[in-house]
Ligand binder design. Structure first.
Ligand code: DLL
Length: 437
């Protein structure tokens, strides 16, 4: 059996100087391409008084304007795409803030680069042809399932496309198909371990599962230690967002930061207030430039995730820069069972229901390993029907149904009397997050 150290030795063994030289070349090509073919980018560059000729070194990237999720929303669904539908082979769609989702289109080359990025990461934690990988991220519009799927197939692993849910069946599959690696959210991993225990199955003793590729939501070193101790599995962090493609970058066998492949992406960590660049080890907002994306290029994209970077060579031998675990978000996006939920999205839905008042509260908690979300909302003043239990139950069902439809997450609803919830003088604190990670 051949164990590969690198999936792409030509790229993975590059020195920092060579990576930077390649990044400059790719950046220059990208900027000229966008200036020539994209009305959006040309207007943005002109607005910032910058011409492609002004990019004379990699550091000149700071002359280029930032991009935000709002840009994608404002150009819904595909007005920022380069080229036409005939160039695309896939769409993914992720949840947005006001009911408008974000749409990402992919050319065949975009998909190839995405799966190559995942393939490098999986190889770097020791996975390969000998492995059976269960992909327990959602398949569909969410990027997790298909992202891991294609990366795992690329390295020759045997994929079990289990998707999410039906946990007992998932555990049976792990046993019956001799699954050695799993990809899912960290909270689902913990839940699975608990269900396995209830079924009388000890993951370490009774299964071949030894590697987990966990991401799509925040988790901590403490959580990693618990998972590894209770299951005997080595757990690795995987990071990405739909706008950049999907799950893209992972830790290597050192478990000491997430490698960002320099030929695919250029990372900056910036002060979210001033937009100034920060140095190694300093915590700030990630701004990522995708150097080779065709259909939906992203330049200095402010993701809203907070992390720091380390540009020293990793003990694994790769010089590709590492980012820390994601340490938080600069905005208020919640991640409930791996799904992005914006409080403004909840508000948007609630405010479309005439029987409801303006005040609401979101309570996020964790039962066992799974996130729960309760929305408390006040009834409108002087409801003629408010003393009728039947009407209230029907309304509660309707609110829960509309929220589920718009958020993609099951929500508990509590209808409360007008004037019950706290009022605020400055910014309202709508979210109570009781989860202890
Ligand atoms: O969650 C892509 C993904 C799928 C990553 C599977 C990893 C594994 P989105 O739904 O667009 O894409 O959500 C992206 O999720 O901006 C972070 O806030 C959060 N996130 C993703 N991975 C991690 C992680 C996918 N490892 C948003 N740690 C990002 C913490 C993460 N947060």
């Amino acid at each position: 059996m051949i164990y590969l150290k690198y999936w792409d030795p030509r790229i993975e063994e590059m020195s920092t100087a060579d990576i930077e030289a390649l990044q400059f070349k790719l950046l220059k090509t990208l900027v000229y391409r966008l200036y020539s073919f994209s009305d959006f980018y040309r207007a943005r560059m002109k607005g910032s008084n910058v011409h492609p000729d002004d990019i004379r070194s990699l550091d000149d990237i700071v002359k280029l304007p930032f991009m935000y999720k709002k840009d994608l929303r404002d150009h819904y669904p595909d007005k920022m795409f380069i080229g036409g539908q005939e160039d695309l082979v896939r769409y993914h769609v992720s949840s947005g803030t006001t009911g408008k989702p974000t749409v990402v289109g992919y050319t065949q080359k975009d998909l190839d680069n995405w799966s190559t990025s995942v393939a490098r990461g999986l190889t770097s934690v020791g996975l390969g042809r000998k492995d059976v990988m269960q992909v327990s991220y959602g398949y569909g519009l969410f990027t997790g399932g298909l992202g891991l799927h294609y990366g795992a197939e690329k390295i020759g692993a045997t994929v079990v496309p289990a998707s999410v849910g039906n946990t007992e069946r998932q555990i049976e599959l792990i046993q019956d198909l001799k699954v050695t690696a799993i990809a899912c959210t960290p909270s689902y991993m913990v839940h699975m371990a608990e269900v396995a225990e209830k079924m009388g199955i000890d993951i370490n003793r009774d299964t071949k599962l030894r590697t987990a590729i966990l991401g799509a939501e925040p988790w901590t070193e403490k959580m990693r230690a618990r998972i590894e101790k209770s299951t005997g599995i080595k757990a690795y962090d995987i990071y990405g967002t739909s706008e950049l493609s999907g799950p893209l970058f992972t830790e290597c066998s050192e478990q000491n930061g997430i490698h960002i492949w320099g030929d695919l992406a250029y990372v900056e960590v910036i002060d979210p207030e001033t937009g100034e660049r920060l140095g190694p080890g300093e915590r700030g907002e990630l701004a990522i430039t995708m150097l080779q994306k065709e259909a939906l290029p992203m330049i200095r994209y402010r993701i809203g995730d907070v992390a720091s970077f380390d540009d020293s060579e990793c003990a694994c031998g790769r010089a590709h820069l590492r980012i820390s675990r994601i340490q938080g978000r600069v905005d208020d996006m919640l991640i409930i069972r791996g799904i992005n939920v914006f409080p403004s999205q909840v508000e948007f839905t609630l405010m479309s229901i005439p029987e409801l008042g303006e005040h609401f509260q979101i309570v996020v908690d964790r039962q066992g390993a799974l996130d729960t979300m309760l929305v408390r909302v006040e009834l409108k003043n002087a409801q003629p029907f408010s003393d009728k239990l039947d009407d209230l139950l029907r309304l509660k069902g309707k609110v829960a149904h509309l929220l589920k439809n718009s958020l993609n997450v099951a929500v508990d609803v509590e209808l409360v009397s007008p004037g019950t919830l706290a009022r605020f003088e400055g910014k309202a604190k709508r979210v109570v997050d009781r989860r202890v990670l």
